[in-house]
Design a protein around this ligand. Sequence first.
Ligand SMILES: Cc1cc2nc3c(=O)[nH]c(=O)nc-3n(C[C@H](O)[C@H](O)[C@H](O)COP(=O)(O)OP(=O)(O)OC[C@H]3O[C@@H](n4cnc5c(N)ncnc54)[C@H](O)[C@@H]3O)c2cc1C
Length: 339
Amino acid sequence: MLKIEENKSLKTFNTFGVNVKANYFTSVASEKEILEILQSKRFGSMDKLILGGGSNILFTKNYEGLVIHYVEKGIRLVEENEKYVIIESSAGEVWNDLVSYCVDNKYYGIENLSLIPGTVGAAPIQNIGAYGVEIKDVFESLSGIDLETGKKRSFKKNECKFDYRNSIFKMELKGKFIITKVILKLHKEKEFNLNYRDLNNYLGKANKEKLTIKKVRDTVDKIRTNKLADPKRFGNAGSFFKNPEVNETTFLDLKRDYEEMVFFKLDRNKYKIPAGFLIEKCGYKGKRVGDVATYNKQALVIINMGKATGEQIKMFSQEIQKAVFDKFGIEIIPEVNIL
Ligand SMILES: Cc1cc2nc3c(=O)[nH]c(=O)nc-3n(C[C@H](O)[C@H](O)[C@H](O)COP(=O)(O)OP(=O)(O)OC[C@H]3O[C@@H](n4cnc5c(N)ncnc54)[C@H](O)[C@@H]3O)c2cc1C
């Protein structure tokens, strides 16, 4: 029997620490329970929000519907040979626990994605990425339930439309499908991706024969801990905006004025540039308005200094978007899901 709570505070269920309420809230640990909700007279047709760790959501108002907190755990080895393993993880697993499991077993592929907050089920939604690796690089398939029809469905990699911090689940299927299982393919042969600048600074010169997966994970953890704001101290959702992609003319204009700007060339006429750099050049690094601020070590992170409301955080983010557009003519788009 499902336990449904009414008028539930979501303050501890979102890493911004915003104090909003959900009309109804339930923790669910199986597909069977999802189907029970979908078939129920009272909740079947009600608006629903799937919540994982709440580390990529900004609530600007109370949620007038049912919040389904998916908590089913479990990691299973599906297939193994000399070269690779296929593992299946339930959506409610903590992503970083899955990374630990892979590191402990020397399954290579997701060690660069260490310490990213949130659940396994949410990881494909925005194709999580860090230090030159994205989940799509090791992704096989996922399965779950269509919230409108109640039917089970699986998606292979090419059906997920993975892109930079994006997928079909953040576009046409947004809010319409609950992911319950994720299947990944990891290497058993030693293989690292150390190309990303920060990681390369630490490990570029390391003896590759002696380098271990544990060392790579620990290094990523160290870099992240130094650079990012800990949600336990300052409410935040990591990078608030995506890094914009610009054409060559815009890129060269910028590079002329800011020689030091780092960039990533995507193709002949497309460059990805750091949104945090643009925000900083608009004078917003460490800027505070009331209880909302940008993090003083990384302007891309917006933080709740205490009692900020979601609406105040959203307004501050819009002020930043406007400042960047006015100065550079570049639109920066939120990575965070604003509700
Ligand atoms: C300090 C910090 C650092 C971060 N660093 C990174 C980083 O390096 N790289 C990166 O990519 N992201 C990063 N993030 C963002 C965040 O960790 C990821 O987006 C993560 O995958 C969100 O997981 P979650 O379980 O918290 O999702 P939630 O915030 O709970 O949900 C996010 C979205 O996914 C939907 N959703 C959640 N679970 C499911 C499910 N099972 N089925 C269907 N829909 C679902 C929700 O409805 C919502 O729309 C960071 C966040 C923080 C706070």
